[in-house]
Design a binder for this molecule. Structure first.
Ligand SMILES: [Zn+2]
Length: 425
């Protein structure tokens, strides 16, 4: 585990100072989302707390009543943000954390606090739900006798795991470097967006970015790596590098396979800057889901579509057809027209994708044919905004470097180094 307040201070001073300069007062997205950008408001005060040098990752997609835990090696337990030591031990055998009336039960021990932090002597050490994590883990009480677990770890260590969690190790190094830079930029952007009282900045899944931790147990209890020497090297080679547009850090949305054309960022995300543009991309054509086909019976389609159609009432009767509305331009979000016996309504492609995801619909981009059953001919995997991960692979394979790749998917963007004063591991 990296450490050192001086190092963290330098990193934070650079990140905070730079981002302060980059964040425009009239940022449209900030106004729209009404979230105060932390980096602008409190660049220096947060340095001492280490708030910006570490990222806080929510490990529980929704709060749980019981959480499997194990700690390899010595650890101490403290209330969050309090130096008082509640317990110290040489290790913790596999057990679980549960909520009690007045605190938490971990194995045989009871802790009468509402939030606690587990500090291992070595990192990685703490296993949560079959994943071992670097850094510390905070446990919070949530309503309904539930709890939430948050992993706190140095940003660059987090990025090393995201690179391997999001992109296969077999992808070319230039594509993996692009992944590291967009993952880091995304993370710092989210750190800036989090409110002062937020308990975490990102989720460990695709709601933010996939983060598997240091290692985890897969099927059949097989131990799998969540990071590797390769991903740590990629992080080292891109240390502190972020994407900027017009001199400002932006939210680097990305997805697995665009299927031929990326989607204009503003079609799905209100805070997308112009650099998150729609660009043609056939570099992802070797991906499994470059093209895909799914079929549904009329009854299956009706059941899934009905709740998603705007303004639909029972008086409309049965669904009789579902048609593509021709898009205004490539890179625009598709819309569909749902025709009923007595009315019709539109559905956005992303809503229809969510409604049909259990049937294997993998993106908001598909053409529908209807002859008794519905046949969907789709392209891509994921929302299709920003960097195409399989496209980055394709571009790297024809010899393009990380800068070219990033400027392709985020036209007009630049790579800037922040925090290059962070000492190496
Ligand atoms: Zn692509």
């Amino acid at each position: 585990m990296t450490n050192g307040r001086g190092r963290a201070f330098l990193f934070l001073a650079v990140v905070a100072g730079l981002t302060y300069a980059f964040w425009p007062a009239d940022r449209r997205a900030a106004q729209k989302m009404q979230r105060p950008p932390l980096l602008q408001l409190a660049p220096v005060q947060s340095v001492g707390s280490g708030r910006l040098s570490s990222i806080r990752v929510n490990l529980t997609p929704s709060p749980v009543t019981s959480l499997p835990i194990q700690i390899d090696g010595a650890y101490r337990i403290q209330p969050v943000g309090n130096p008082r030591v509640l317990a110290e031990a040489a290790k913790l055998a596999a057990t679980s954390v549960t909520v009690t009336k007045t605190g938490f039960q971990i194995g045989r021990n009871h802790y009468p606090v509402t939030r606690l932090e587990i500090h291992p002597q070595q990192s990685p050490a703490i296993w949560i739900n079959g994943h071992q994590y670097r850094g510390t883990v905070r446990i919070y009480r949530r309503p309904g006798s539930k709890l939430m677990a948050v992993n706190v770890l140095p940003l660059e260590e987090y990025v090393a795991s995201v690179v391997d969690s999001e992109m296969p190790a077999a992808f070319p190094p230039e594509a993996r470097k692009a992944q590291a830079i967009v993952a880091r930029t995304y993370a710092i952007y989210q750190m800036g967006q989090a409110s002062r009282d937020a308990l975490f900045e990102v989720y460990a899944d695709t709601r933010s970015q996939k983060y598997l931790g240091f290692q985890y147990r897969g099927a059949g209890d097989r131990l799998l790596a969540g990071e590797s020497a390769s991903s740590r090297k990629i992080v080292d080679e891109t240390r502190g590098m972020v994407c900027t547009y017009a001199g400002r850090l932006f939210c680097t949305y990305y997805s697995a396979v665009c299927g031929g054309h990326t989607l204009q960022g503003t079609e799905l995300f209100s805070d997308a800057v112009p650099a998150v543009a729609a660009v043609p991309c056939d570099f992802c054509r070797e991906a499994k889901y470059y093209r895909w086909d799914v079929s549904l019976t009329a009854a299956e389609m009706e059941k899934k579509v009905n709740p998603a159609v705007k303004g639909r009432t029972g008086s409309w009767g049965r669904l009789v057809a579902l048609d593509n509305i021709p898009p205004a331009a490539p890179g625009r979000l598709l819309e569909f027209d749902a025709k009923y016996q007595q009315g019709h309504g539109t559905i956005r492609g992303d809503r229809l994708r969510t409604a049909l995801s259990s049937h294997g619909v993998r993106s908001p981009h598909f053409r529908i044919e209807h002859q008794g059953k519905y046949s969907l001919h789709g392209r891509g995997h994921g929302h299709g905004v920003g960097l195409c991960q399989w496209g980055a692979r394709g571009q790297a394979k024809i010899g393009r470097g990380v800068q070219q790749i990033l400027q392709y998917y985020y036209p007009g963007s630049e790579i800037v180094i922040v925090g290059n004063s962070v000492a190496r591991n």
